[in-house]
Design a protein around this ligand. Structure first.
Ligand code: AMP
Length: 426
């Protein structure tokens, strides 16, 4: 008998019932014994067409005497029995989806069957239920990627890489990784020999009333996700080593760090530039990767690197969004279902504003008023700011011209989200 893990997902019709029915049919298979099943987990659709409903997911541990291709055939039979229609549309909503995630320790690479499931380590909706029923398995998968915590050890590691004349791509993050972070890791791995990720919730960039303590953390999941995207090593420094008690030095970029988020979060960018500077000194990357999602942050860091003659390149990557347009963010996990639904208005209002500008409107005040009206229509929304600024200087524009960016910050309940869209007016 081989131990295998099966993923179950449904985002059409009565999702709970679909999963229960699939479970019954799997139980009835003569050569399959169910050992354990996880609870049900709700998750947002990933890589699905816009407007796709949320999924309900669960993972099963089974023992089976069936060879993997035969197990797959029998699972597909169950999908068909439960009325799954196979369409040409990729990731279309489905009543039931059954995947073999793992089959013993085997690696299988057939045209229609790849095991371990190629997206296994990339998908939080599988990792969470899998962790519930097989914590040791997750732990051993996570251990495939090295984590270094001590700064001296990290320096040694970097020296070894440099000795081999290898280039280093670096992705600084606060962890709780999502596809936005993974897009940076993938790009770093494409451009450089070695991709290094840092996971550090930096206390000095949070205000006293902000969410430092409750910021989501899950290193094990981060390791799996980072590995699946091609990361070679995770730097996970300790607060007490980054900021010993007698710490005194800070780095501050003037002017462009003062407006927008800098106004709402005093000291925030000083905390960001200080930590990024320290990380650059430790990791000595050739290229560092940032997301356009944090437009002001990327600009401030670029300026710091240029003003302080730091020997590296900064690459800014596009915003990765959920199926309904919401920019991915670790903080999205704070939102309740109503807030999550309301938050889609951010991208919708930005797109609408962009269309208005493309059709000739140049008066910032009018466009900002329109965006605010759309956002204010959502009960859970509370606007921090909406601005249209020059994309290089971040100075407010009364009349839109040249390269500009529409940028905003909005509270949904107790969660502050940011988003932006660049525009070019000739
Ligand atoms: P954080 O962990 O939120 O500090 O983000 C780490 C890096 O990932 C920053 O450079 C962010 O701009 C980038 N990032 C965060 N969310 C996204 C996203 N949705 N798309 C692309 N990059 C992102």
């Amino acid at each position: 008998m081989v131990e295998s893990y099966i993923g179950l997902g449904s985002n059409l019709g009565d999702r709970r019932k679909n999963i229960e029915k699939a479970l019954e049919l799997i139980k009835a298979l003569p050569a399959v014994k169910i050992v354990k099943s996880s609870s049900l987990y709700e998750s947002r659709p990933q890589g699905c067409p816009a407007g796709s409903p949320d999924f309900l997911n669960s993972v099963l541990k089974i023992k089976t005497s069936l060879p993997a291709p035969e197990l797959l055939r029998q699972l597909q039979d169950i999908e068909n029995k439960l009325g799954r229609k196979r369409t040409s549309q990729r990731n279309a909503p489905r009543g039931i989806d059954l995947d073999i995630l793992l089959y013993g320790r085997q690696k299988i690479n057939l045209p229609r069957l790849k095991i371990p499931h190629p997206r296994l380590k990339e998908r939080a909706f599988v990792l969470k239920p899998l962790k519930e029923i097989a914590p040791r398995l997750i732990h051993s998968l996570a251990e495939e990627i090295p984590v270094i915590s001590k700064i001296a050890r990290m320096r040694q590691f970097i020296q070894e890489i440099k000795k081999q004349d290898k280039t280093i791509g670096f992705v600084p993050t606060m962890g709780y990784l999502h596809q936005g972070h993974l897009s940076l890791i993938k790009q770093a791995k494409k451009d450089c020999d070695i991709c290094l990720l840092s996971v550090f919730v930096n206390p000095i960039q949070f205000g006293p009333q902000e969410d430092y303590k409750k910021y989501p953390r899950d290193l094990e999941q981060d390791r799996l996700l980072a590995r699946s995207a091609g990361c070679d090593c995770v730097f996970y420094p300790e607060v007490k080593e980054m900021y010993p008690e007698d710490y005194l030095t800070y780095v501050e970029v003037d002017k462009i760090s003062q407006g927008l988020c800098g106004r709402s979060r005093p000291g925030h960018f000083r905390g960001v530039t200080t930590v990024v500077n320290k990380l650059f000194n430790i990791v000595q990357p050739d290229i560092a990767y940032f997301g356009q999602k944090d437009y002001q942050q990327a600009l401030v860091i670029k300026r710091m690197v240029s003003d302080l003659n730091m020997p590296l390149k900064i690459k800014v990557m596009p915003i990765i969004r959920e199926a309904d347009g919401l920019a991915m963010s670790s903080r999205n996990s704070y939102l309740n279902p109503q807030e999550r639904e309301d938050a889609a208005v951010l991208e919708q209002s930005l797109c609408k504003a962009k269309r208005l500008i493309e059709s000739g409107e140049r008066d910032s005040a009018k466009i900002i008023a329109k965006i605010k009206e759309d956002i204010a229509a959502k009960d859970s929304a509370n606007i921090d700011y909406v601005s249209i600024v020059n994309s290089k200087t971040l100075e407010e524009l009364k009349t839109i011209r040249g390269d500009a960016v529409i940028t905003l910050a909005v509270w949904f309940g107790k969660t502050r989200l940011i988003d932006n869209m660049t525009i070019r007016c000739l």
